[in-house]
Design a protein around this ligand. Structure first.
Ligand code: HEC
Length: 312
């Protein structure tokens, strides 16, 4: 006999309570399995949503730092950069956004967060696109309608989620510092040299803003929630199982055992047995009424037998 056949024999081969326990366990186990599979999809979707939201928030926060620099800081600092003195990068939105992101990263809680403005031909060589970033920038340059790229990225800290946007030379004013060295402030040339970060064209995509946010921790939290939910379901189903067993026992098994005990007794001394269960309005009552009738017929037959013996 196969193990499954042994577990689910023809009905009636075991006590009802065991048959019910096996059936119930099978149904509940299957339900939990299906529920866990579906919840895994749902929780996974929620986790990705959360990661995306964090990335979007981080990107927008960095864009705000950029805007603050252009609107509030640049007007004050830019005039100082006109001469041949020290170049103050605080006037440059790219510098301020990346510096703020660097401070955030110093906090161990945010080690997996990063913000970069990577360019193929950067002013600051620190911003030189690596091979991964170059691939992203090439995609943006090939397809100008592409506004966003995202996915997983392997780093020394593990796998993180990245979101990238194109950086376009949108204003003529950018070209003052990024077209030819003779247009750029002398202080900038002193600080960065004249060999890189020039030759940009209006409306050209020159680089990418790219944020990374943690992904492993979010998925680990998702897995923990899934396990906790599965355990809660097992617990809830165990309670349901125990209650069903008790109810079944009280409602059916005990009265049935009682009726069969009385039927046995009635087969010998029908007169002394009383099937009180016949008052019940369920199937147990039906069974008790049938036995009651059988008991009466039996009593009559026995009486007739006795009378005949007396005559003979
Ligand atoms: C006053 C000169 C100046 C102007 C105007 C300017 N930039 Fe820059 N830009 C710089 C300097 C200097 C850096 C390097 C800053 C640093 O050290 O982080 C830089 C850096 C960048 C970077 C990061 C990559 C790199 O080259 O290091 C991007 C992207 C960028 N600028 C885009 C722009 C855009 C777009 C505009 C116009 C909206 C613009 N810049 C206007 C001077 C300028």
């Amino acid at each position: 006999m196969s193990p499954i056949k042994r577990l689910f024999p023809e009905p009636g081969q075991r006590p009802l309570r065991q048959q019910l326990a096996i059936t119930l366990t099978a149904i509940l186990t299957l339900s939990i399995l299906v529920a866990v599979l579906l919840l895994n999809l749902l929780f996974g979707w929620q986790a990705r949503e959360l990661i995306d939201q964090r990335a979007a928030f981080f990107m927008d926060a960095m864009l705000s730092v950029r805007a603050y620099t252009s609107k509030k800081v640049n007007p004050i600092v830019a005039p100082l950069n006109q001469g041949v003195g020290l170049f103050r990068p605080e006037a440059v939105p790219s510098y301020s956004a990346q510096t703020v992101a660097g401070y955030l990263k110093d906090n161990p809680d945010y080690r997996e967060y990063s913000y970069r403005e990577a360019a193929l031909n950067p002013t600051n060589l620190r911003d030189k696109a690596d091979s991964f970033e170059t691939g992203i920038i090439e995609n943006f340059r090939r397809d100008p309608s592409l506004k966003r790229q995202s996915g997983s990225k392997n780093t020394p800290l593990g796998t993180v989620h990245f979101v990238a946007q194109p950086i376009k030379v949108s204003k003529e004013s950018c070209l003052v510092c990024h077209s030819t060295p003779d247009r750029a402030p002398a202080s900038q040339l002193l600080a960065y040299g004249d060999s890189s970060g020039f030759g940009w064209k209006l409306n050209e995509i020159v680089g990418t803003q790219i944020v990374t946010v943690p992904q492993k921790a979010v998925f680990a939290a998702k897995d923990r929630s899934l396990i906790a939910t599965a355990l809660l379901m097992v617990l809830a189903f165990a309670v349901v199982g125990v209650i069903t067993n008790v109810v079944l026992s009280q409602l059916i098994l005990r009265p049935m055992r009682e009726i069969s005990r009385k039927a046995e007794e009635a087969s010998v001394t029908p007169a002394t047995v009383n099937f009180e269960e016949r008052e019940r309005r369920d199937e147990i009552g039906l069974l008790a009424r049938s036995f009651e009738r059988m008991k009466q017929s039996l009593a009559i037959s026995m009486q007739m037998l006795k009378d005949r013996k007396g005559q003979g």
